[in-house]
Design a protein around this ligand. Structure first.
Ligand code: C2E
Ligand code: MG
Ligand code: MG
Ligand code: MG
Length: 288
């Protein structure tokens, strides 16, 4: 009987794995067509400073509306894109369209664009960023790039060079998901970050774990003495907000402040409070 149930379990896992790998194959097959046919679109999630209360930026979050699979999360399809060699083209698409949309809507705060580690493997990234800024007219000061520490496990010297050149243009760099995965103080020491994004896992445990609170406190102190701003990710409740404020965290992002949405929806629901919308730009975007 025990044997049978183990057998059933194995079958269950196998069919689940089949399902997952079937989905990955489908995604890998369709990803280039998706780019051509405009199945990708961008959501934006507000980032706020709480004291004084103002919008500091919008994080750009990629979405794929697949004709058969429906809406797919970037947590699922970005790894596929990295594996099948499409991440460069997708990364370029995100950067270009985020800058263009920010200009169309006359978005005043920064946009924060996520980079795949693979995008820091090639020095051509420097010219890509320069060209996109020139072509769209977005001031470099309104662009932030979010990189995870895994971005820095390959050729560190090259990644550092690329980030320094991009910073020299006037853009800023944030370290994403700090405290998860491979985080080390060494990375913070050797890379020119302007912002630390504190991983959501600390925030979700803030009310229940003294340890999580101690880490948050320590990272805030570190940010403070390094003169680097710290943003808490994934803030969902008023209680979390209260604790973070009490600990001196100034910047936050999470469902409490707003869900990721398209700029069109944010404008429609009047969620774009701190930005100017150029009237003619709104019209052309709605007609496009
Ligand atoms: P991330 O950069 O850490 O983005 C934050 C994720 O947390 C987003 O998930 C966002 O929707 C979610 N989030 C925001 N606030 C809350 C909250 O209060 N509670 C909870 N539970 N979640 C919250 P999303 O949009 O599914 O993106 C997942 C990851 O995919 C991103 O994590 C990022 O690593 C990657 N990603 C997204 N867009 C891009 C892109 O254009 N390029 C690359 N290379 N990666 C991207
Ligand atoms: Mg991010
Ligand atoms: Mg993050
Ligand atoms: Mg993440």
């Amino acid at each position: 009987r025990a044997k049978k149930s183990i057998g059933e379990k194995i079958c269950f896992y196998e069919s689940e794995m089949d399902e997952a790998s079937r989905m990955r194959r489908t995604m890998a097959r369709d990803i280039w067509v998706a780019l051509e046919q405009g199945q990708f679109f961008l959501n934006y999630q507000v980032q706020r400073a709480v004291n004084p209360d103002r919008v500091t930026g919008y994080e750009v979050l990629l979405r794929w509306r697949h004709p058969e699979l429906g809406l797919i999360s970037p947590a699922v399809f970005i790894p596929v894109a990295e594996e099948c060699g499409a991440i460069g083209a997708i990364g370029d698409w995100v950067l270009e369209n985020a800058c263009r949309e920010a200009m169309q809507w006359n978005l005043q705060p920064k946009i924060a664009v996520n980079l795949s580690p693979l995008q820091l493997n090639n020095v051509s990234m420097i010219d890509r960023v320069r060209n996109v800024l020139a072509e769209t007219g977005l001031p470099a000061e309104r662009l932030e790039l979010e990189v995870t520490e895994s971005a820095l496990v390959g050729d560190k010297a090259r990644a550092l060079h690329i980030l320094q050149e991009i910073k020299a243009m006037g853009a800023t760099i944030a370290i994403d998901d700090f405290g998860s995965g491979y985080s080390s103080l060494e990375t913070l020491r050797s890379f020119p970050f302007d912002k630390i994004k504190l991983d959501r896992s600390f925030i979700s445990e803030l009310e229940t774990s003294r340890q999580a609170k101690a880490f948050v406190r320590a990272i805030l102190a570190l940010g403070h003495s390094l003169n680097v701003s710290v943003l808490a990710e994934g803030v969902e409740t008023e209680q979390q907000l209260a604790v973070l404020q009490q600990e001196g965290c100034h910047q936050m992002q999470g469902f409490l402040f707003g869900r990721p949405e398209t700029l069109a929806i944010l404008a429609e629901t009047r969620s774009l409070q701190a930005i100017d919308l150029a009237p003619d730009a709104v019209a052309t975007t709605l007609l496009a």
